[in-house]
Design a protein. Sequence first.
Length: 254
Amino acid sequence: MSITKEAELIGMQKASEAVSCTLKEMCDYARPGITTKQLDNYGAKILADFGAKSAPYLTYGFPGFTCISVNNEFCHGIPSDKRVLKEGDLINIDVSAELNGFWSDNGNSFVLGKDIHQHQQLIDASKQILHKAIHQIKGGVRISDIGYLIETEAKKRGYKVIKNLTGHGIGRSLHEEPGEIANYKDRHNLTRFKKHSVVAIETFITTTSTYAETLSDGWTMVGNKGGFMAQHEHTIVVTDGNPMILTEMNGIWN
């Protein structure tokens, strides 16, 4: 969407507060011994307290309120009573929701407890690359140039990017124009970021894979060559200068 009046900005800020607070509190609540379903239920209650509704559930009938992916799962992991979290797990939580007709989206990958499997370097790379990418975005910048930056920064650090997962426009629905904000230089995409537009920018930084494939459950995605992935995401408003980061209170850069 494009922000054309104050009421729209306030609506987006409130929806973004709901998802960013939920994400932060879920990350803080996660601990060894609880199930991903318990963690999801905890997030669902926070969203409900804000009056917000789960975007993946509303849009796709996703079997959970938030997406929780663990270790080799890249994204869209289904919360489960059978998946018990363990020390050192690489966890990704993606929270998106609708509130009063406005939609916002954010995500965070982190290590649970001690980094016994050495995932922190991958996570730090993803966070740093997202920060660098977001602060290069302004009205008139080519979307493909931001994709090029993300992939180049990943390669510098010895990592790859997922080619078939992208950021996206957001605001009045979960996915809007521009439809794809890729993590690589898509030469066919000549679109430029527009001032006042709302977009969800996300990194998909991996150790070995370049494509994500869907498992038989119809939701969970893993790498075509295995390995691990870190994803970080903010919803922003594009300006003439530094973007307005609506989900900044999720604390993923703290």
